[in-house]
Every structure is written in C-alpha cells, then in structure tokens.
Design a binder for this molecule. Structure first.
Ligand code: UD1
Ligand code: MG
Length: 451
C-alpha cells in the first residue's frame, strides 16, 4: 500500500515566544519537524506533505533543505486539525493509498509505532494512535465501546465522566485517503473551540459503518513541544535515549549526562568519550578513538584509534585518519590529517593537508585567508613543523622537511629541506645584568622623589 504523510505544522506556537516557527526549533541540532519526518520516512512514503501556516516561508525553505521530495502546502487560517489536513486534498487528488497524519511538533513517535498503525490499517479503515496518559490534562479522550473506538471527545467538550478517561488521543491517525478526505468534508465546527476537529472523523466513520480502531504507544512517543521548557525536556529525552543507544553499541561515556549528541552522531565500538563533550551535526567517529573533555566537533570524521582533545575544536571538513593526535586548543577546519600525524597544542589548521606522521609544533598557524580568498597548505609526510610557524598559504612544505621555530613560511619548501625565516639573533655579553642595575637605580630615585 502506498503511503502519503501529511504533517501538520501550521500552528503558531505562541508559547515558544519566538520569531522562528515552532516546528523549526531544533532538538539535537535538527528541526523538530525533521525528527517527525525521519520517523515517517521509515514507511517509505510515496508523498510527504507538510501543512504550513505561521512562518510558512521559513518552513518551506527549511523543508527544501531537508527533503527535496517533500511538498509544502499552505493553511492560511488555522481553523482546526481537520481543516489543516484538508489543505493536502488538492495535492493528493487521485492518490489511492493511505494517509498518515503526523504532527510537526510531536517529534518522537517511533518508526515501529507508525508501522503498527500501518499494520492495523489492514484490519480497519481508520486507525487512531492513542496512549495511556499519566496526567490526561487537556488531551482528547478516547471513548471506547468494548474493543472498538466509539469517538474522540475533546477536553473542552467532554463531560465529567469522559474527562475521567485516561486513554488519550495522540493526534496521529492513519486511514485510506479517499475515506479520510470524504469524511473531512463532513466535519463541522459546532464545538467549544469553533474549530474543525480531525477527531470528529472517528464518529463520522462509525456512522458510515467503517471500521475504526486504536493502536497504543508509550506516552513518551507522543510528547509535544509547546514552550522552550518543553523543548529542553524533549531535547533531554532525545539525549538520554541517544546516549543509552550508544552505550548499548559499546561506546564508553564516562559521564553520560555531560555528553551532548546530535541527531546524526555515529560513534564506533570501544570509543571512549570523556566528560563534557559536544557533538554538533554530521560527526562520525570510528571505533577505538578517544575524545577527551571539552572538545567540540561538527561535520567531521574521526578514524579508528585517533585521539582528540582535551579542548579541541573540529570544524566541518576535518578528516582525521587513523591514530592521529589532536591536542588542546587546536582548531581544525576543512583539512585532512593523515595517519599518525600529530597536532598537539595551540594550532589552527585550515584548508590543509597534513601528511602521514607529520608533527605540527605548538602554535603553528596556517594563514589560509587573505581577506578575500582561502588558500591551501600542503605538508608532506613526516615533516617537522617547528613551534610558532606561520604557513602563509598557498604554500607547500615537502615531506621530511623541517621549519625552524618562529618561521614565517612564504615560499615552498622542498622535500628534506630546512626552512628558517626569522630575524637573526645576537647576544650581548653582560648586558642584561647592566640593564637591570640601571632600571633598579631609576626605580629607587623615583621612589625617593615622591616621598
Ligand atoms: C489535538 C487533538 C487532541 C489530541 C492532541 C494531542 C484535535 C481536534 N485534537 O489537540 O485530541 O489529544 O492534539 O496533542 O485534533 N494544526 C494545524 N492547523 C490547525 C490546527 C492545528 O496545522 O488549524 C497543527 C498544530 O500546529 C499542531 C497540531 O496540528 O502541530 C495539533 O494542533 P493543536 O492545536 O496542538 O491541537 P490540540 O488542541 O492539542
Ligand atoms: Mg497541542
């Protein structure tokens, strides 16, 4: 059965108090909308339709960057969840498969739960995703008739007896497209909110003898985000799960709650992560690496046996080969560090290639930017770059070459050569002692004068 996802994302999100549309607020560096889309993607949908309203332009732009097959439709006025789904009607004209309604602000529904909804659709025309709520609050209540779902009543419209029900509506729904759109056309707005409720589909479906059923999931999967505080809670939940998964896969997190992971972080077995490490988006670490405290990484790849930090910053395009060493206060950007090379202290390496087993001395800087353009630095295998070397790019330093400390390299250095580019040194015998005596005498005279 082919599937169309309809993801509702038009709501204002007033309580976020933000210029950014709610669904674009990030959890683990990915917009919450992307988390919902990722769960849906597991069903291999033929179509993905996002219903945008508030901040629709920003949503459209973000969606284009996330999934080029997804389509964005506009809900100009937010007249309710049924009205929102109805905005996908034209786009899905003639679509004969199933529609699955997701919420852009409910990021944690699992692929497995969605698959169970799809399975249940084989036995019923309409499937509602419900959950047993610890605190049912203002959720819509599932009114059951034995095993089958009779109707959903919104909190505002519910009687005392109905409010006592703890089975709640997650808002997610699966149904045959033609049934869903036929029934939506019949939904009215005579209720406490004056909105077109998607939940009314249940009762309408029963009147027409369609089969309606509910599938249940863990409450944590239905967690919605309405405020910054809930965003932080959602992020914390994501982090807790992601850390647990990594540990399950054989990664050591010395103090798990201090490691921040991105939605796409990949870490191999027997890698050890010290406390207080941040993984930005796009980081992959192979097995047996060591990431030491206070390191910050994004868009980089760290190979087997490499060591990073403490206090290292790896920026996009940093590619560390096996057994490399990146030490404290080192920044690497768009550079390949070949096997066994070391950049141990206080360096900036940008737009560079550092050859196998090369040693980069403390304070080395690749001067890669001339104010307008970026330039490359090439450092050969087993080169020894002396401390405080400035490599003014574009420049190449050959293999097994050396640079003397403090050298400003502006010309290429051939393989095996030594470059020295600094002011020559002269020593003046006894001058230091003489100078000190003079200065101390001056200080004494000044002190007397002020008394
Ligand atoms: C909805 C359900 C309720 C359920 C709850 C779960 C209805 C009538 N009620 O209530 O049974 O327990 O979700 O969280 O469906 N949206 C639009 N356009 C609109 C209205 C809403 O895109 O015109 C989007 C919102 O951005 C949000 C989602 O639909 O992502 C749900 O809307 P919301 O207003 O939060 O519905 P609830 O009142 O919470
Ligand atoms: Mg809500």
């Amino acid at each position: 059965m082919s599937i169309a996802l309809v993801i509702l994302a038009a709501g204002k999100g007033t309580r976020m108090n933000s210029d950014l549309p709610k669904v674009l607020h990030p959890i683990a560096y990915a917009p919450m909308l992307e988390h919902a889309m990722a769960a849906g993607r597991a069903l291999e949908p033929e179509r993905t339709i996002i219903v945008a309203g508030h901040g629709a332009e920003a949503v459209r732009e973000a969606v284009a960057g996330l999934d080029e097959t997804a389509e964005v439709v506009l809900q100009e006025e937010q007249l309710g969840t049924a009205h929102a789904v109805d905005q996908a009607r034209a786009a899905l004209e003639g679509f004969a498969g199933d529609v699955i309604v997701l919420y852009g602000d409910t990021p944690f529904v699992s692929a497995g739960t969605l698959e169970r909804m799809v399975d249940a659709r084989q036995r019923a025309d309409l499937v509602i995703l419900g959950f047993q709520a610890a605190d049912p609050g203002r959720y819509g209540r599932l009114v059951m008739d034995g095993d089958s779902l009779e109707r959903i009543v919104e909190f505002k419209d519910a009687s005392e007896a109905e409010r006592a029900i703890t089975f709640c509506n997650s808002g997610l729904m699966a149904g045959k497209a033609s049934v869903v759109f036929d029934l939506i056309a019949k939904v009215g707005n005579e209720n406490a909110s004056g909105e077109y409720y998607l939940t009314d589909l249940v009762e309408l479906a029963r009147h027409e003898d369609f089969k309606v059923t509910a599938v249940y999931c863990d409450e944590a999967e239905t967690l919605g985000v309405n405020s910054r505080a809930e965003l932080a809670q959602a992020d914390a939940l994501f982090q807790a799960r992601a850390r647990a998964e990594l540990m399950e896969l054989g990664v050591t997190l010395m103090v798990p709650e201090t490691v921040y992971l991105a939605f796409d972080t990949v870490i191999g077995r027997d890698t050890v992560i010290e406390p207080n490490v941040v993984f930005g988006p796009g980081v992959t670490v192979e097995s047996g690496a060591l990431i030491r405290s206070f390191s910050y990484m994004e868009g980089c790849h760290i190979s087997r046996g490499a060591q990073v930090g403490p206090f290292a910053r790896l920026r996009p395009g940093a590619e560390l080969a096996e057994n490399t060493r990146i030490g404290n206060f080192v920044e690497i950007k768009n550079s390949e560090i070949a096997e066994g090379a070391k950049v141990n202290h206080l360096s900036y390496i940008g737009d560079a290639f550092v050859g196998e087993a090369a040693n980069i001395g403390a304070g080395t800087i690749t001067c890669n930017y001339d104010g307008v353009l970026k330039h490359r630095t090439e450092i050969g295998a087993r080169a020894f770059i002396g401390s405080n070397t400035m490599l003014v790019a574009p420049v190449r330093v050959g293999s097994e070459s050396m640079t003397a400390s403090g050298t400003v390299v502006t010309k290429n250095v051939e393989d095996g050569d030594l470059a020295i580019g600094r002011a020559g040194q002269t020593n003046k015998p006894g001058h230091a002692r003489k100078l000190m005596d003079m200065l101390r005498a001056k200080k004494a005279r000044l002190k007397k004068g002020t008394k």
